[in-house]
Design a protein around this ligand. Structure first.
Ligand code: IVH
Length: 668
């Protein structure tokens, strides 16, 4: 059996999201535990980490912002006045520039913490708190009234002395003390600690069965229908009035730096990773206005990453779906930037050697982009510590290909677990209910049920229902069970109709993922054409990005998968078909010849689509999807005005459209 350690790439992220969704559903729908609480929390932490570092690739999964599963929901709430987001600045010079803009408009700046909780809207009708709902996407949130009203929340009065409808907006959070307290209780009752205060808050307001003496706090930003003085009068804690440690400085950067130090002191009770700067005067706010997404009179800044010193206890080798070997350092848990971390990828043998890291090394760890744990350097190797020597055989004992920086196993037995779990993920065959745990179980044991992708499609009900999922923490054996087996079989059946590009992606051919799945499918149309193609055919196909290296890998990859492809064919999996001749005078496709880049969160008709699905759409409409903005870009579909792609497109004069405008353009 191969262990798949988290490889922090896009594929792994997507696979993890689908595993977490499957686990949440299985747990609440069928009471099946597909993974331990610890694994689930780790999975979510990894997903959160990836999303924070790759905001452009976030897919809508609802694991954090919707009801993941089994939690009470009163449905959705629509905001007439949207709950806006905040623009970000990344360095002190940008803060200076922001301060100058506000000063030029005649305004003054208040600084306040950037809280690490969740934004909520609290609605009062004729003075009574009647609805509490999440920010969601800013226009539509999730109604969590029932749950929230069960909790004891400091700073959220049940009644206020106002008539009519008042919507108070603010952050629901756990103070640092409350976070520690609830984590202690959780650990004492056998549950894993929450990774950070935000997760703790989100988890607490969504659970029906709160049992850890959770205390939450509400801090108000503003309200629709009341001004600051009225809010304070009504008993709210206003974010703008929270002390930030500046002792009368007037320079904005100095105030930001002062808070950077103050926020870590015991006097400061709130979990925070940054600061928000806002123009105070209502007139200035009105004059500067807002974009569709964020006010122009406010901005947020994150402080530089924290570091911590810890000791490496283990280094784990894993194999990814195309055979790449990964190395993960496991170290004593340390608190960095508000969350506890205990593992980090070491990338490859060259980096391991360059760091000089081994089991027992004292290391400095940090979070890249404030979120992905990394080992920065070795601070000390004691006399007994030797630099880790990566093994030169794979977990199955096969010799490794060491010709590149990343070592690889060429034995399919090593990568089958990762391959099958990726094949089931949303970006490949999208088999609902499939998870890493199930994939692992399918490929494990003396006589694994699944030895290649083809085997997935011949699974029988009995085999799945009795699939062993190991033992629980209490030592009882767990099986997948009939209900889940039935669902998964139905979903496997449905997956047979997935378009060819997804089947190609699922094969796990080196240097091919979603993008090349799409490009190869749209050029070759059928799996048979791909099997018939020579290396030369790939090299001269004109498919974007296919040079000599990919041509060789693709040729070899399809040939090697001949047997698997025949199994897929026999099972009835869609292997593509020749396109029909375009009718004479048929309307040209709306994106013919255009190079399109997509960035930010999709909204409107595109909201439910993953980035991959939007790219599929672009290509179906005759366009080419691309990841970066350049002079050659024809169109930027932008869900995040102000982002770096937006700025570049602006500079280059590239046409920018909102997701809604794009949907209209392609006739969605
Ligand atoms: S004001 C009009 N103030 O940031 C702007 N938001 O990006 C509305 N947040 O989801 C938000 N601390 O959860 C504001 N001091 C603060 C904040 C803050 C954290 C979060 C909030 C919201 C997000 C907006």
């Amino acid at each position: 059996m191969t262990t798949t350690t988290p490889v922090l790439d896009d594929h792994q992220y997507r696979a993890d999201v689908s595993s977490a969704k499957a686990a949440a559903r299985a747990y609440y729908d069928t009471d099946t535990e597909l993974m331990s609480d610890t694994s689930y929390d780790e999975l979510l932490a990894g997903i959160a980490a990836y999303e924070a570092a790759n905001p452009d690739s976030v897919i809508e999964h609802g694991l954090f912002s919707d009801v993941a599963a089994g939690t009470s929901t009163g449905g959705t709430v629509t905001y007439d006045v949207p709950m806006l987001s905040l623009d970000k600045v990344t360095d002190l010079a940008d803060i200076e520039a922001f301060a100058e803009r506000i000063a030029a408009a005649g305004g003054t700046i208040s600084i306040e913490p950037k809280f690490d909780g969740m934004a909520f809207n609290a609605r009062y009708d004729n003075g009574t708190l009647v609805q509490v709902s999440t920010r969601g996407d800013g226009v539509t949130g999730e109604d969590l009234t029932t749950n929230v009203l069960k909790l004891d929340i400091t700073g959220l009065p049940r009644t206020i002395a106002e008539t009519g409808t008042v919507n108070v907006r603010g952050e629901l959070l756990m103070t640092r003390d409350d976070f520690d307290h609830s984590n202690t209780n959780r650990v004492a009752s056998g549950k894993p600690a929450f990774a950070n205060p935000r997760n703790a808050t989100a988890g607490s307001v969504r659970k029906n069965d709160l049992q850890y003496g959770v205390k939450l706090t509400f801090v108000a930003f503003d309200a629709v229908g009341l001004d600051a003085a009225q809010l304070a009068e009504a008993g709210f804690t206003l974010s703008a009035t929270i002390p930030t440690g500046d002792s009368g400085e007037t320079d904005t950067v100095a105030r930001v730096l002062a808070f950077g130090a103050y926020r870590k002191s015991d006097a400061f009770p709130y979990p925070t990773d940054g600061i928000v700067l806002k123009a105070i005067e209502p007139g200035v706010r009105d004059e500067l206005g807002t974009t569709s997404r964020a006010p122009r009179w406010a901005t947020a800044y994150k402080y530089e990453a924290d570091t911590a010193i810890t000791t490496v206890r283990d280094i784990i080798e894993g194999v990814g779906r195309t055979g790449n070997i990964s190395y993960t350092a496991i170290y004593d848990p340390v608190l960095v930037d508000g969350s506890t971390i205990s593992r980090a990828t070491l990338h490859n043998p060259t980096i391991i050697a360059a760091l000089g890291v081994g089991i027992g090394s004292t290391v400095e760890v940090y979070k890249a982009n404030d979120i992905i744990p990394r080992v920065g350097r070795v601070t000390e190797n004691g006399p007994d510590v030797t630099v880790y020597e990566p093994s030169d055989v794979s977990p199955s004992g096969a010799p490794l290909d060491q010709s590149g920086a990343i070592w690889r196993s060429t034995d399919p037995a090593d990568s089958i677990g990762a391959l099958i779990s990726y094949a089931g993920s949303r970006d490949a065959l999208d088999i609902d209910g499939f998870s890493d745990a199930i994939a692992d179980a399918l490929v494990s044991g003396e006589e694994p049920l699944v030895n290649d992708l083809g085997d997935l499609f011949t699974l029988q009900y009995q085999q799945l229902a009795s699939l062993s999922l190991g033992t629980t923490d209490k030592g009882t054996k767990r099986f997948l069970g009939g209900k889940t087996a039935e669902k998964i079989l139905a979903n496997i059946e449905a997956a047979m109709q997935q378009p060819l590009n997804r089947v190609i992606t699922a094969l796990g051919i080196r240097k091919s993922g979603r993008t090349f799945g799409r490009r190869l499918a749209s050029h070759f149309h059928t799996m048979d054409a791909l099997l018939a193609a020579t290396e030369q055919d790939f090299a001269t196909s004109g498919v974007d990005g296919v040079g000599p290296e990919r041509a060789a890998l693709f040729y070899e990859g399809f040939q090697r998968n001949r047997g698997v492809i025949e199994k897929l064919r026999a099972a009835g999996v869609n292997l593509g078909s020749e396109p029909e001749e375009a009718a004479e005078g048929a309307a040209p496709k709306p994106l013919e010849g255009m190079k399109v880049v997509v960035t930010g969160a999709m909204t409107g008709p595109l909201a439910a689509r993953s980035r991959n699905e939007v790219n599929e759409l672009i290509e179906a409409m005759g366009g080419k999807s691309s990841g970066s903005v350049s002079k050659a870009t024809s169109l930027l579909v932008c869900g995040e005005p102000g982002s770096s792609k937006w700025a570049k497109a602006n500079d280059l004069g590239v046409r920018i459209v909102t997701p809604e405008e794009f949907a209209e353009l392609i006739g969605l």
